[in-house]
Design a binder for this molecule. Structure first.
Ligand SMILES: Nc1ncnc2c1ncn2[C@@H]1O[C@H](COP(=O)(O)OP(=O)(O)O)[C@@H](O)[C@H]1O
Ligand SMILES: [Mg+2]
Length: 367
């Protein structure tokens, strides 16, 4: 599928960024390297990781229509680093400027049920799943998908939050309560638990003309529901790596994505790939590309939304990325002293437990 090339925005143009966290920061840094400036918009944009390195920041709510209009009129294109920006916000911005990725992509990626339905409709496998709107639904779903399963809130989950493990129907009421079931707007999805050999992700960049590039599948290890280490490339068979690549490209194409998409997948013991979830933005599992690839994932986002040719995903080395969570960041002096360790810190003042404070990339010769 090919699309219409986007208007090319020359260096010197301003990129609007929805969201003010570390992904916005690293995108703004990539933009600056190419001569673009960034204007961040978020309710929490004040002294944020992204605003610290951007030319401008608007601190306003997602439903502040006047602030959104002023922001949209002050930039040349809008992108985002957080897929949960309300669709109505993006619809409003689009009256004044282009927003990539668009509302159709966000509405799929914001809701686990919409996401899995979309993926399954493409003939791509996921864990078995059922929607659940009550504790009784959860118990019924457990009977259908099998006793070992995970109940997740359909919206706004991240880093393992909004999830409860189940082993049989007995825990249905407790699991439903644990994810906030019964509160306004909370809906659930029960997923069969996948006994995976490993977890992988593929990051695809796609331009308005339909051109695509994808980084090789990488292997992700989680600790306490949070990404801990990414090993690039993944230690899987060439067939599994090719299937993961095909799946991610197929989804990006079907979404008519302009920007960057990360697809998280489980690899089963027999090498099959099941999609877990996706994020239409740069992703923690792509941070290794900052030091190991010709163009990193953040630069790809800038290129895609500015109508530039996509960059090379060529890998100059293999890599291991380790997240610095909470107090891990206190190790910065020893990491700086370690030859070859590439330290990236996000400028967050307070090292709260579970908070992503930075990461370190270590390059190793290509396998
Ligand atoms: N159905 C499942 N089977 C096995 N493990 C799962 C399943 N769903 C989630 N997990 C584990 O929990 C992690 C976080 O879940 P995920 O759905 O990716 O939510 P998020 O990353 O948004 O918190 C996954 O990377 C995986 O390690
Ligand atoms: Mg995830």
């Amino acid at each position: 599928m090919t699309g219409t090339p986007l208007p090319r925005l020359a260096p010197g143009s301003t990129i609007g960024m929805l969201g003010a966290g570390q992904l916005g920061r690293m995108t703004a840094l990539a933009a600056a390297r190419l001569g673009y400036t960034t204007h961040v918009y978020a309710p929490d944009a004040a002294d944020s990781p992204a605003s610290q390195v951007s030319a401008a920041a608007t601190v306003a709510d997602w439903d502040d229509l006047d602030a959104l209009e002023r922001f949209a009129r002050s930039v040349d294109v809008v992108t985002l680093e957080w897929e949960n920006v309300p669709v109505a916000t993006v619809e409003h911005l689009r009256r004044f400027t282009a927003v990539h990725p668009g509302p159709n992509v966000l509405s799929v990626a914001q809701d686990r049920i919409a996401e899995k339905s979309f993926v399954n409709a493409l003939g791509i496998a996921t864990a078995p799943w059922r929607p659940a709107g009550s504790a009784d639904d959860v118990a019924r779903a457990v009977a259908e998908v099998g006793p070992r399963c995970v109940l997740k809130s359909t919206r706004l989950g991240y880093d393992g939050k909004g999830q409860a493990r189940l082993d049989g129907g007995d825990g249905a009421a407790a699991a439903w309560a644990a994810i906030g079931g019964g509160k306004a707007g909370v809906e659930g999805i029960v997923e069969g638990f996948v006994t995976f050999a490993c977890e992988v992700s593929v990051i695809v960049a796609r331009g308005g003309d339909g051109a695509m590039v994808a980084y090789p599948a990488v292997e992700n290890r989680h600790k306490d529901g949070i990404l801990d280490v990414t090993i690039a490339p993944a230690r899987v068979t060439p067939e599994t790596a090719a299937e993961a690549d095909r799946v991610a490209r197929r989804i990006a194409e079907a979404l008519d994505l302009v920007g960057v998409l990360a697809v998280e997948m489980f690899v089963t013991p027999d090498g099959a790939v099941l999609v877990n979830e996706m994020a239409p933005r740069p992703h923690n599992s792509g941070h290794w590309t900052m030091d190991a690839c010709a163009s990193d994932q953040f630069e790809q986002l800038v290129r895609a939304v500015c109508g530039l040719p996509l960059g090379s995903v060529e890998r100059v080395a293999d890599a291991e990325m380790t997240n610095l969570i909470g107090d891990d960041v206190l190790r910065w002096p020893e990491l700086l002293a370690e030859p070859g360790a590439r330290l990236h810190l996000y400028g967050k003042a307070e090292a709260r437990p579970g908070r992503k404070m930075g990461h370190v990339n270590r390059l190793v010769p290509r396998r």
